[in-house]
Design a protein around this ligand. Structure first.
Ligand SMILES: C=C(NCc1c(COP(=O)(O)O)cnc(C)c1O)C(=O)O
Length: 364
């Protein structure tokens, strides 16, 4: 049901239910005949796809009696967005929350976390996931030493992928099957391809299961993993640039989280992407589709376009009515002061119009 049709109890009622938006201008520029569709997750209450798991992990922990008002302290290692979702839920429900956040992650995310009332502990980005100094190691130490401390653990918690199997996936299915095929926008009525980046892997795993179980078992699911990360399968894909640092936040890890399915039946194929490709694709989404997305949205789109232009994707790319869905996880709010964005926004080559304005104002 539309979330604007009635009064909702709190901001958690505005988590998810995000739009599936046509990327027609990019599709045309890329010479695609298929439908290219973006699932715009920055339009969720907390600003990202991770709101969904934060809401579910908290609500399920309450049902199981693991979260006790006035006693529990939620502790979570995160690249920021899960933390923001948890801090939003904890602000509403009255839990204290501590977030451990690698130094690489943006100041904007830290500021949003603190504004929501979270305590934030920064950790060294380069620390291996299983070292005591990592965001995971520090969270575990705080859980041991703080009375009532509980890590809901997005890397293992089954409610991570379930949130996407029960909400993100069904929303995509509903939008595709509920939109009539027309002469201007023919549609197969199916989700033919789904492309998503992976951090914990909960989003791609849960969406894939929903779509393959309930809608189209032939849907091709493509995982996007940054160069430097080791999530792609088979492992040979990860040798190029293994361990190299990358700027995009939220995707890629140095370990394979329990909640990520690398079963080829769930994620059929994987692509590796670079920062450069990601940021170029962010610019496409902003300049051509008016979508104020974050870096990992660019990773997902650049992976989708590379796949569609490849031997594997070319037939679908040229099939009118085929629906290719790209998950766009968060928005530029999280990255406004990052050099990659400031360069894109403020250092672009002056347009002809900018030069014309300068000529006018110089002479007037
Ligand atoms: C793991 C976390 N974020 C995942 C994430 C992802 C990947 O979502 P996963 O469901 O974790 O695979 C993509 N893009 C952004 C901007 C993200 O923040 C986190 O916020 O702790």
């Amino acid at each position: 049901m539309s979330r604007t049709a009635h009064i909702i109890d709190d901001a958690l009622g505005a988590v998810g239910n995000t739009p599936l938006v046509r990327l027609d201008r990019i599709a045309k520029e890329e010479g695609l005949e298929c439908n290219l569709l973006g699932k715009v997750e920055y339009m969720s209450a907390g600003g990202s796809v991770k709101d969904r798991i934060a809401k579910r992990m908290v609500e399920e922990a309450e049902k199981e009696g693991k979260l006790v008002p006035g006693r529990s302290v939620v502790i979570e290692p995160t690249s920021g967005n899960t933390g923001i979702g948890l801090a939003m839920a904890c602000a509403i429900k009255g839990y204290s929350v501590i977030i451990t956040l690698p130094n690489k992650m943006s100041l904007e995310k830290e500021a949003a976390l603190r504004a929501l009332g979270a305590e934030v502990v920064r950790t060294p980005t380069e620390a291996a996931w299983n070292s005591p100094e990592s965001h995971i190691g520090v969270a575990q130490r705080l859980q041991r030493e703080i009375p009532g401390g509980i890590i809901l653990d997005q890397y293992r918690n089954i409610n991570n992928p379930l949130a996407h199997e029960y909400t993100t996936g069904p929303e995509i299915i509903e939008a595709v099957t509920g939109t009539a095929s027309t002469d201007s926008h023919p549609s197969s009525g199916k989700v033919d391809v789904l492309v998503a980046g992976a951090g914990t892997g909960g989003t791609i795993t849960g969406m894939s299961r929903a779509i393959k179980k309930k809608h189209n078992k032939e849907c091709i699911v493509v995982g996007v993993d940054p160069k430097g990360s080791i999530l792609a399968y088979p492992d040979e894909l990860n040798t190029e640039g293994a361990g190299d640092p990358y700027v995009v936040e939220g995707i890629g890890y140095d370990f394979v989280p329990d909640v990520l399915s690398r079963d080829p039946a769930d994620v059929n194929e994987w692509l590796k992407t670079s920062d450069e490709e990601a940021f170029a694709a962010v610019r496409l989404l902003m300049r051509h589709e008016g979508l104020l997305v974050g870096g990992s949205s660019g990773s997902a789109l650049s992976g989708a376009l590379r796949w569609l232009h490849s031997e594997r994707g070319r037939a679908i790319a040229q099939t009118k009515g085929a629906n290719v869905v790209v998950l766009l996880p968060d928005g530029i709010r999280n990255y406004m002061s990052k050099p990659w964005f400031l360069k894109m926004a403020l250092e672009a080559e002056p347009s002809p119009l900018a030069r014309h304005i300068a000529d006018i104002l110089k002479t007037s």
